[in-house]
Design a protein around this ligand. Structure first.
Ligand code: FE
Length: 140
């Protein structure tokens, strides 16, 4: 993982074998990024994507393997209990050019990852919303 800051944005290259979420979390910790947006493209395998079941209040996930383009990675950096917290969604495209998408649980870079983090000053804390079952932004 290497990054370069240009015009206030971090351009980050993830290397083959690096897990996306843990790498970006490490990057945010190393560079004191507590708030911002994340976007990216690249290639990954495997990738575990999920969906939150609102009735059951739980995530289910599925792991995809084989060559996949990371056609879109989108998400944000906030904090929860003062700790950096990443929320990422991904769309991956397989050899048939079909896509799978969802809440990103884990994905490993298989060729390269080209990520951009656009940091902001300040913080947004998350709080567990018991009614919904997920950690939501507290903007008060
Ligand atoms: Fe999500």
């Amino acid at each position: 993982m290497v990054g370069k800051k240009i015009d206030g944005k971090w351009y980050i290259r993830l290397q083959k074998g690096e897990e996306i979420i843990s790498s970006l979390l490490d990057f945010c910790k190393q560079n004191q990024i507590y708030l911002g947006t994340i976007s990216g493209i690249g290639a990954c395998s495997p990738a575990t994507l999920g969906i939150f079941l609102t009735k059951e209040k739980k995530y289910i996930s599925k792991t995809f393997t084989g060559d996949m383009e990371l056609t879109s990675l989108l998400g944000n950096v906030t904090t929860m209990n003062g700790n950096i917290y990443l929320h990422l969604h991904a769309t991956v495209g397989d050899e048939s050019l079909n896509t799978h998408s969802g809440h990103l649980s884990a994905a490993t870079i298989s060729a390269t990852g080209e990520m951009v983090i656009d940091p902001s000053n300040g913080t947004i804390e998350r709080e567990k919303n018991e009614e919904i079952g997920i950690n939501i932004w507290n903007l008060l």
